[in-house]
Design a protein around this ligand. Structure first.
Ligand SMILES: *[C@@H]1O[C@H](CO)[C@@H](O)[C@H](O)[C@H]1NC(C)=O
Length: 258
């Protein structure tokens, strides 16, 4: 096993292992109780990979620029690849090298804050019905808005059960204030500005879905960020609130290079 992947894998294992013990530890998020879909249903979805292994999701902003979670970038950008346009994380579509990543300068790892990063690809993707861009939301979605999260992450919290084909789950948005009053409050886990939540009985993102898209009304409203466990009652999935970072994204997309 190559060293860098081994390290990542250990990080993944350890973050899972401490979940039940240290209540403030966040898991990387993941799709529980979703259904499989072809990539054409979520053509903005990409898989971010390290030496052929899926590590995170991401979304296409244009043919060369992508958005994901900052916590997905434990390695130098040039060690990453993006697979776009495939229903399967391990085959098909277009596989392109990443050349540069712009992490939010305020990003902190524990607990995650400003969990947002832009990626620049080496070559342009060929956009099609299977690989297409998505627009950023201008406003944070209202409480109760229907939203879709997709990814290749775990479909069971405690098992090493990663999916090969893409899954999606239908969720309901929860605004920041309401989310802060959930069981996260009891655990003294803060839902800070720039975060937004979503949940639906038994459905959630899970490990391996991190960085991936949460979409409402055809716009990107969230980036899979963290949660305590997966689909645990009282602990909604927490997402980076895309509308909150819209200006940051637009400004940094311009300076990312071409
Ligand atoms: C886009 O299509 C062209 C022509 O078929 C091909 O040469 C190129 O490799 C494709 N780009 C990617 C990123 O796969």
């Amino acid at each position: 096993m190559p060293i860098s992947w081994a390290l990542l894998f250990i990080q993944l294992l350890s973050s899972t292992a401490v979940l039940g013990v240290r209540q403030t530890t966040q898991s990387h998020l993941r799709i529980v109780n979703g259904i499989t879909i072809p990539i054409s249903f979520a053509p903005w979805q990409v898989s971010i990979q390290v030496m052929g292994n899926h590590i995170c999701g991401g979304s296409i902003l244009n043919a060369k620029k992508f958005i994901t979670a900052a916590h997905c970038l434990n390695l130098p950008a040039h060690q990453l690849q993006v697979r776009a346009g495939s229903t399967f994380r391990n085959t098909g579509g277009q596989l392109v090298n990443v050349v540069y990543a712009k992490k939010h300068s305020g990003y902190v790892g524990s607990p995650y804050k400003h969990d947002i990063t832009l990626l620049l690809l080496k070559r342009k993707l060929n956009l099609s019905y299977k690989a297409n861009k998505i627009d950023l939301a201008s406003n944070s979605p209202y409480d109760g808005t229907t939203a879709f999260v997709s990814g290749w992450g775990r479909y069971v919290e405690d098992k090493n059960a990663f999916t090969i084909d893409l899954r999606i789950a239908v969720l309901s948005m929860i605004d920041r204030g309401t989310c802060q009053k959930s069981k996260y409050a009891e655990r003294k886990m803060k839902i800070t500005k720039g975060m937004i939540c979503a949940a639906s009985g038994g459905k959630d993102a899970c490990q391996g879905d991190s960085g991936g898209p949460l979409v409402a009304n055809g716009k990107l409203v969230g980036i899979v960020s963290w949660g305590l466990g997966c689909a645990k009652r009282g602990f909604p999935g927490v997402y980076t609130d895309v509308a909150y970072y819209r200006d940051w994204v637009l400004k940094n997309m311009d300076t990312l290079g071409s």
